[in-house]
Write a protein that binds this ligand. Structure first.
Ligand code: 13P
Ligand code: ZN
Length: 270
């Protein structure tokens, strides 16, 4: 790690610790086979002038799509091909801190070791750009491969986002409360593409968490622990549903009246 990053104050170091902790959770949950999943966090609000202006350790790389709303912002991103269980040990060794150039057309690496960012960078940066342009304070994008949620996307029934949401909400009260806007669904698209990024942003207009058919889940939030909690809660619901089906019965689920009661009690009607 270069000296400035090392001495970059507690804020950045704390955030890297939080990223490491959640990366470990993803691995422990069995959601992160091989290099599965990726994380990006906007660090700009935590950085001082000197860090924001660190000299780049690489020349600028062109972005597939311009991201003017996040020009000059800096992000931690996991590296492509890196194992989440290694990110858990050392986020900076298995990831990079990147800066978007002033014209919003390129990124450059400012951490010392030039680790190539995740192949899902088009989705991560387009999403950060979309959130920033809307004045949204969500600064974290978390993508992971939760087994039970992916399993459900192999059924056409669950490609209907409304049905998917209602089924998972009905399994436990927490699901209705912790995921108040429900799930979006993106039909299968090639990983790492601009098309996947665009389709995801469309879903993020109405939701904070999106399923990528036969691939994984992506959540946005103000805090990496919140993103994890949302996916963890959805996965718990999916497990209850699948356990019941495997045991040979269709779970009753909470009734509409019970779900509506929760929405009123927790002011969830957004
Ligand atoms: P990366 O190793 O490039 O981050 O890819 C992992 C992944 O989950 C792609 O969707
Ligand atoms: Zn993936």
């Amino acid at each position: 790690m270069n000296e400035k990053l090392q001495a970059s104050g507690n804020n950045i170091q704390n955030e890297l610790h939080r990223i490491a902790e959640v990366a470990g959770f993803l691995w422990q949950r069995n959601w992160a086979e091989a290099n599965g999943g990726n994380i990006s966090v906007n660090l700009t609000h935590l950085a001082d002038y000197e860090l924001l202006n660190l000299p780049a350790s690489t020349t600028g790389c062109n972005l597939a799509e311009e991201v003017p709303a996040i020009a000059n912002n800096i992000f931690y991103v996991t590296g492509t091909g890196k194992r989440m269980r290694d990110v858990a040990k050392s986020p900076i060794e298995f990831g990079a801190i990147i800066r978007i150039t002033a014209d919003g057309k390129k990124f450059e690496i400012i951490s010392e070791k030039p680790v190539k960012p995740t192949s899902e960078l088009p989705s991560h940066l387009s999403i950060h750009n979309f959130l920033m342009a809307k004045g949204n304070s969500k600064s974290v994008v978390l993508h992971t491969h939760p087994t039970e949620l992916i399993a459900l996307t192999h059924s056409n029934t669950f490609l209907n986002a409304e049905h998917f949401t209602q089924t998972l909400w009905a399994m436990i009260p927490e699901a209705r409360v912790i995921i108040p806007k429900g799930l979006g669904v993106v039909p299968y698209l090639l990983p790492g593409t601009v098309e996947l990024a665009r389709a995801t942003i469309k879903q993020l207009e109405k939701h904070d968490v999106v399923m990528w058919e036969k691939h994984g889940t992506l959540a946005v939030g103000e805090d990496i622990a919140d993103c994890f909690d949302v996916i963890d809660t959805l996965t718990k619901s999916a497990r209850i549903y699948l356990f019941a089906r495997t045991a040979g019965f269709v779970p009753h689920g909470l009734t509409k009246a019970q779900l509506d009661e929760l929405a009123r009690a927790f002011n969830l009607n957004l």
